[in-house]
Design a protein around this ligand. Structure first.
Ligand code: ADP
Ligand code: MG
Length: 240
């Protein structure tokens, strides 16, 4: 579903990603972790071309991300993304937040877009907030709306960039529960998160990054109980 081969990226003179080789199979759930500044966000943002790589190849579901704008459009149709800071439109209601992209970008008829929106709001247990504005929702509720909004575009892959790190502790679980459900239903997922309970429950593989490189890749049990690299051991020592 996703293939990185020898991917490198620079911000000016600063090399943020070095020679990344990374494969995600259909239906696989990957957790990406590592110290702050190690390039996790940059790597997953390359998957939907929010960031451009300068070297190597990235192929998503058979389409290469290159300078062909049509290729980028094809990939973006298939990839949904959820950010740390929910990024909901503040001037739109919850329902409108879910309908705007399907209607305006995809040309989905309004009635159909509303039906889909209500379906996914129900799935994230927030149907009763459809007519509220984001500011009137808790952080956990806003993040569940953001997940539902991404799902309304019927993505084949979901990317999560630290979706619970801006949340109060009591709201983390309600968001993780939604993500676990999605994983159980077979969604291909790449999640940057330090929620190790989540990683143990759903991840097929944990990818550990440090200083722009993938340092270690292992099944969660192996990674958490016996990390191979000193850097992963040091990292786990800090967060666990
Ligand atoms: P992580 O998500 O692991 O914390 P990031 O991918 O956000 O790491 O950032 C990796 C490195 O790249 C950091 O040193 C950060 O300061 C730098 N960086 C991120 N975005 C930019 C940018 N737009 N311009 C320059 N440097 C950046
Ligand atoms: Mg980040």
């Amino acid at each position: 579903m996703i293939q990185f081969s020898g991917v490198s990226k620079w911000y000016g003179d600063f090399q943020v990603l070095t020679d990344i080789d990374f494969t995600v199979g259909r239906g696989e759930r990957i957790v990406v972790c590592g110290p702050s500044g190690s390039g996790k966000s940059t790597m997953i943002r390359c998957i939907n071309r929010l960031e451009e790589h300068q070297k190597g190849r990235i192929v998503v579901d058979g389409t290469e991300l290159d300078h062909n704008a049509r290729h980028v459009d094809v990939v973006r149709r298939e990839v949904g993304m959820v950010f740390q800071q929910f990024n909901l439109f503040p001037h739109l209601t919850v329902l409108q937040n879910l309908m705007i992209a399907p209607v305006q970008i995809r040309g989905v008829p309004k009635r159909e877009a509303e039906e889909t929106a209500r379906y996914f709001l129900d799935r994230v247990h927030i149907a009763h907030k459809a007519d509220d504005y984001p500011a009137n929702l808790s952080g956990g509720q806003q993040q569940r709306v953001a997940i539902a909004r991404a799902l309304c575009m019927k993505p084949k892959v979901m990317l999560f960039d630290e979706p619970t790190s801006a949340l109060d502790p009591e709201m983390i679980k309600e968001v993780l529960d939604v993500m676990v459900k999605l994983a159980e239903e077979g969604m291909t997922m790449v999640c940057v998160t330090h929620e190790m309970g989540f990683a143990r429950t759903v991840a097929d593989r944990v990818v550990f990054m440090d200083a722009g490189r993938i340092v270690e890749e292992a099944a969660p049990e192996a990674f958490f109980s016996a990390p191979k690299s000193p850097r992963a051991r040091a990292f786990l020592g800090q967060i666990m």
